[in-house]
Design a protein around this ligand. Structure first.
Ligand code: PLP
Length: 396
């Protein structure tokens, strides 16, 4: 007889819940923030610039502009690309809503193109057929940390004169054909939320090789003012002219001190993620009811999350029950993502179910397994034990 699931009152695999993501904060990170706290600067001081220089160098981009979140980074990038009312921006439905919301913030219209069923990244062929005379930009997402098909998307962008804004919230440290993500698209956005590859608490960055876009980004994060207060003080000017409608999207020196300390460890943090991902991949290859998204040879993924697809034909239940059963076993699995246009806000604005059938089919089967650098071998074993237990129970 199958072992009783914790969901039904059986003994859980783990006594405490293993989260799907967790930040890695070490003593040197704490010391870096304390040193910043004791300095003269709390908000925009020298550490912001130092973090920007280090980030630009890490992704081999000419400019990096630090902002207060990955969402602010997307908003600033969509602004810098000149998107406004009447403009269409093609994006992926399999993403956190912030990717599409950024287009709405500027009065533009998000258009969803379906994903590739293997990688779960937006399909360049689907993007190409959704281009209209109103399309101004493509906003692909590097799902789970795997770079999107920048070659395929680049063909459409060049042929139709469209900007590429790459949402690389999941992909700091990833590369595409040997080039780092952050150096390829017109604008690339990153997030430093604690679940991401490095953290500043909340935080984000936009990278670009274009001087004009960098200047627009810098103004946008500081109320649209032409100069920041240090330049103004140096010039002895009484005020700085406001030339754009910007926001206060500044990242603080405190946060950038944490960011600098974290960025120095990016490679080792990525290696620890790869180790977990490789153990999962090797073990799950032999589990019939689970399929792994394809990882294409052209890129090095950053493994922000570890998504798997359930083979529902082999199971007598649905994804939500598997999710609940795993959580009862102490494995904090999650789901990334419900198609963005299924959210009530989008549904109320005319986006209909059925728009992107592959993304919708993937959503019904997707499950994110825990993955973070500090996971131990025993943690990975617990996840695999719980998964085998739950899938074995529901096997058809
Ligand atoms: C794909 C994607 N884009 C954008 C964001 C927004 O980033 P933040 O939470 O830093 O605002 C996230 C964060 O969850 C994300 O996963």
């Amino acid at each position: 007889m199958a072992e009783a699931l914790a969901l039904h009152g059986g003994t859980p695999v783990r006594a405490t819940l293993l989260p799907y993501a967790r930040q890695t904060i070490e003593d040197d990170d704490v010391q870096a923030v304390v040193a910043a706290l004791r300095s003269d600067w709390l908000t925009t001081g020298p550490t912001v610039e130092a973090f920007e220089r280090a980030a630009a160098s890490a992704v081999e981009a000419r400019h990096a502009v630090a902002v207060s979140s990955g969402t602010a980074a997307l908003h600033a990038a969509v602004f810098a690309a000149g998107i406004g009312p009447g403009d269409e921006v093609i994006t992926s439905p399999l993403t956190f809503v912030a990717s599409a919301n950024a287009v709405l913030y500027m009065g533009g219209t998000p258009v969803f193109a379906d994903i590739r069923p293997d990688t779960l990244n937006v399909d360049p062929a689907e993007v190409a057929v959704r281009v209209t005379p109103k399309t101004r930009a493509i906003l692909p997402v590097d799902f789970a940390g795997q770079p999107c098909d920048l070659d395929g998307l680049g063909e459409t962008s060049r042929a139709r004169g469209l900007a590429i804004i790459e949402d690389a919230a999941h992909a700091l440290g990833a590369s595409h054909k040997g080039r780092p993500v952050g150096a390829i698209a017109d604008l690339t956005t990153f997030s430093f939320h604690p679940a991401k590859l490095i953290t500043t608490g909340e935080g984000g960055m936009v990278t670009t090789n274009r001087d004009d876009l960098a200047a627009r980004l810098r103004r946008f994060r500081n109320h649209g003012l032409e100069t920041d207060f240090r330049e103004r003080t140096a010039r002895g000017a009484p005020y700085s002219p406001m030339v754009d409608l910007g926001y206060n999207y500044r990242l603080t020196d405190l946060q950038c001190a944490l960011g600098l300390s974290q960025l120095a460890k990016l490679e080792s943090l990525l290696k620890r993620r790869v180790r977990v991902a490789e153990r999962y991949s090797a073990a799950l290859d032999r589990v019939d009811a689970v399929k792994l998204p394809a990882v294409l040879p052209h890129g090095r993924p950053a493994w922000h999350i570890f998504p798997v697809l359930l083979d529902l034909e082999r199971l007598s239940t649905d994804r939500d029950t598997v999710l609940a059963a795993l959580r009862a076993e102490g494995v904090g699995a999650a789901v990334h993502y419900v198609p963005a246009y299924w959210h009530p806000y989008y549904a109320a604005r005319g986006y209909r179910r059925g728009l992107c059938p592959r993304a919708e089919a993937a959503y019904e089967r997707l499950l994110t397994l825990p993955l973070f650098p500090a996971m131990t071998g025993a943690d990975v074993d617990d996840v695999l034990t719980a998964l085998r237990k739950v899938l074995g129970y529901y096997a058809r």
